[in-house]
Design a protein around this ligand. Sequence first.
Ligand SMILES: Nc1ncnc2c1ncn2[C@@H]1O[C@H](COP(=O)(O)OP(=O)(O)OP(=O)(O)O)[C@@H](O)[C@H]1O
Ligand SMILES: [Mg+2]
Length: 150
Amino acid sequence: MEKIVKTNKPKETKELGKQLGLLAKENMVFTLTGDLGAGKTTLTQGIAKGLNIEKTVSSPTFTILKIYHGRMDLYHFDVYRLEGLHQDLGFEEMIDGDGLTVIEWPMYIQDMIGEEFLEIEIKFIEEEVREFVLKANGKAYEELLGEIQL
Ligand SMILES: Nc1ncnc2c1ncn2[C@@H]1O[C@H](COP(=O)(O)OP(=O)(O)OP(=O)(O)O)[C@@H](O)[C@H]1O
Ligand SMILES: [Mg+2]
């Protein structure tokens, strides 16, 4: 199951993220793919809002993982710097944990992600326009997508 959503400015991307955060259930995994500056972190900021996280989510590029506390924990991964690095950094325990896992650049740790997750691909259309292709892998994620309203 797939859903396509277009946003015309960052605020709309945050609103989409907020809906995703509101609908997220414990232990879920969202993967975010898209070029540099596509809007992965912007979407995650909205997701955090939906989880009632008060801290501002910033780009974790230099830290790989940041944890935020809200209605449930948010594990925000940015694996960009892990390219080619294959080490056991304890990520699997985190991904299997009770919080919501959001991963920017998931291709570098794809083998740590199970078969069920929400795949979010972000396409750059114009300066302020982005297209989000949301693809559900697994029943729980199909239900989540069914509830998205945009
Ligand atoms: N519709 C839109 N949705 C999201 N961001 C947008 C949109 N229009 C413009 N932007 C801008 O694009 C940029 C997106 O940056 P962001 O850090 O979210 O991207 P990213 O995918 O996380 O990049 P990186 O790969 O460097 O981590 C921001 O400067 C934001 O203001
Ligand atoms: Mg980012």
